[in-house]
Design a protein around this ligand. Structure first.
Ligand code: ZN
Length: 646
């Protein structure tokens, strides 16, 4: 009882980031075999860490290892405490971002100390690097123009040349597009997801070719270890379907064959009876400007039974939601298949899900599998609960909410509203709608991610104010929907700007999506004063005057965004994103940053994992012990020590 009360969610802050901790709720109610299954999957999810670091930039691993070498020796007597402090904060920021580019803005970090300080550190700590490597690191650290953006979405320039990630080497955007267009012609189908698990390079003869990520290929050593733990997990899984899934995943890692990955996904979507589930592989494409190459990530999870009742109701009614959505009939799914939704607790996060963590996930991403077999979606309860508990009393809401009524309503219904939004976004939004025949899945190119997120958000927003949700017993009243609308508009037009440096554009897909929606409905509703911009005491607020009409506007935009996706209307998608989602009002931005600064809250957060330790009797596992005693640096150093394979 007391240990429960004493659980600390907030750990520390540095730079623009705070570190929280999530808790494995009800873990002790799982059987020993289930815990063992979780343990093996968790080991597999930590083994891919280095893959992501390398994907994010070709020098990231060298940089990390060099800095960790310095860090592990402790503060040297000949350097100032100030420099040591700057150095360790910088290292923490790099750890957090899995590389030298900010995890969200994708901008390269500015080194907080001077070139000569770096040279001094390298000398005092006897850092030995080959000369070319040392030069390259130096350039990366101190030439601010060099590799300054992990993913460039500036469509006026060559997207690949200006992206510093390691998905393409020496290949221009035109060459990459030509390479995959040729492949598309040969394969005449949208399956499998072309280029998902490869690096595209120009070889010494000037020929463009793929290097595949698989056993005996690129990232061999990390993948070998992932397979090792998956094999162990396979022996203790909960049911034969899970066993089949893991066998397919292992086979995919062995061969790199994307058809096998599709097979895995198809079987994985069908596996619903187990309490434990996982993600492990090359999954999301946000890190690639062309939206093809997937970053490595992993999640290990178990069901939260009580909260899952909520998503079960939603998925049981999936067809009703699809039929009644404001989209055109020809863009709807005639038969919604297998949208399953669970509320889960995570037990381990790895790769691109760590330390910055999603709060909901819907997979698989392959459009044809979603249409034919459905998808699985989760809302992560122990992450959202940790956010909620850590944010209480920060003063953030009071600063940006229009009045006390809005604030009080958010205190009452905000948590339910945003969790329900995530449920609807993941389990219905992404899974809704269909593509018209012959429309290529990559038709929207660099606008794809933003528009896809907008589609899912709009679906959630449209339905969160629907009386049907009250009928279904999901919300006590439409007040929940109202508070979600308040929060969405407030975030899309004001508060999310705290994450952006003054003078910069919005780049990240989810942020672009939120501003796109909020700005579009604000402008469309101007003549009827649906959303009002109010300035009181020199502070800007947005307040909603008509929730019903706002809902209609969300519906109207949903219809258009679905049409753009279904028809692959690149130009209309581009117009929408460039008009509403990219530029920020400079004066408003400055005001928001000043108001936010006074609150002293870091705008980003991420999570520490628990430590899982098997307790042995002889060679037999008797218990899986869960401990939470690490701080950020010690967890990072342990991972670098135990899971460095590349
Ligand atoms: Zn989404």
């Amino acid at each position: 009882m007391t240990s429960k009360d004493r659980f600390t969610y907030y750990i520390e802050k540095f730079g623009d980031t705070k570190i929280l901790r999530y808790k494995l709720e009800n873990f002790d109610q799982l059987s020993l075999k289930q815990k063992e299954y979780i343990y093996y999957l968790s080991e597999a999810s930590l083994c891919g860490r280095d893959i992501l670091w390398d994907q994010n930039g070709s020098e990231n691993l060298t940089l990390r290892k060099t800095m960790e070498e310095i860090y592990s020796q402790g503060k040297h007597k000949d350097i100032s405490s100030e420099l040591w402090e700057q150095f360790t904060t910088f290292l923490k920021r790099i750890w957090f971002a899995n590389g030298i580019h900010h995890h969200y803005s994708m901008d390269k970090f500015k080194v907080p100390f001077k070139e000569e300080d770096w040279d001094q550190l390298c000398q005092l700590y006897s850092i030995k690097l080959e000369e070319t490597v040392a030069k390259e690191l130096h350039k990366l650290l101190f030439d601010s123009e060099y590799k300054n953006k992990r993913v460039s979405l500036d469509s006026t320039q060559d997207l690949l040349t200006y992206s510093a990630n390691n998905y393409y080497q020496g290949v221009t955007q035109a060459e990459a597009e030509a390479f995959y267009e040729q492949k598309a012609k040969e394969e005449k189908t949208n399956q499998p997801s072309r280029g998902l698990n490869t690096q595209l390079v120009k070889n010494s003869k000037g020929i463009v070719e793929e290097r595949t990520w698989h056993l005996n290929g690129m990232y061999h050593e990390a993948i070998k270890n992932i397979i090792h733990w998956l094999e162990k997990a396979k022996a203790v899984c909960e049911n034969p379907k899970q066993e089949e899934c893991i066998a397919l995943l292992i086979s995919y890692y062995q061969t790199g064959d994307l058809h096998t990955f599709d097979q895995f996904n198809i079987e994985w979507v069908k596996e619903l009876s187990g309490e434990i589930d996982f993600i492990n592989g090359f999954i999301e494409v946000y890190g690639d400007a062309l939206g093809m190459k997937a970053s490595w990530e992993s999640v290990v999870q178990y069901t939260d039974h009580e909260a899952t009742k909520r998503t079960q109701i939603i998925s049981e009614n999936a067809q009703w939601f699809e039929d009644n959505s404001p989209t055109e009939a020809k863009h709807k799914k005639a038969e919604v298949k297998g949208v399953s939704a669970k509320v889960i607790n995570v037990a381990m996060l790895g790769g691109d899900c760590y330390p910055a963590t999603p709060i909901g996930i819907n997979l698989p991403n392959a459009e044809w599998i979603r249409e034919a077999y459905g998808s699985k979606s989760v809302t992560i309860e122990n992450i959202t609960a940790a956010y909620d508990k850590a944010s209480k009393g920060s003063g953030f809401l009071a600063e940006f909410a229009y009045d006390e009524q809005e604030e009080a309503r958010a205190e009452l219904y905000g948590y339910l509203g945003s969790n329900l939004h995530t449920d609807l976004h993941e389990c219905l939004g992404h899974g809704s709608g269909k593509m018209l025949e012959g429309v290529p899945v990559d038709a929207l190119k660099n606008y794809h991610s933003t528009l896809e997120e907008a589609r899912a958000d709009l679906f959630a927003l449209y339905y969160i104010m629907d009386p049907k949700l009250v009928d279904l017993g999901l919300i006590p009243s439409l007040e929940v929907g109202k508070t979600e609308y308040d929060g969405y508009i407030r975030n899309g037009l004001l508060t999310q700007l705290v994450r952006i440096e003054l003078g910069k554009d919005l780049e990240e897909s989810h942020m672009r999506n939120r501003q796109l929606i909020a700005k579009w409905v604000f402008e469309k509703g101007t003549s009827e004063n649906i959303i009002e911009k109010v300035v009181k005491n020199d502070k800007t607020y947005f307040t909603i005057n008509d929730y019903t009409k706002l809902r209609d506007l969300f519906g109207e935009l949903l219809k258009e965004v679905q049409r753009i996706k279904s028809e692959g209307d690149y130009n209309a998608g581009k117009e929408l994103v460039e008009t509403y989602a990219v530029k920020i009002d400079l004066n408003l931005h400055q005001e928001v940053l000043e108001r936010y600064k006074k609150l002293e809250i870091p705008p980003y957060a991420g999570f520490l994992n628990p430590k899982l330790t098997p307790e042995l009797e002889g060679t037999e596992i008797k218990e899986i012990k869960v401990t939470y005693d690490e701080d950020f640096a010690s967890q990072m150093m342990r991972y670098s020590n135990d899971y460095s394979f590349l």
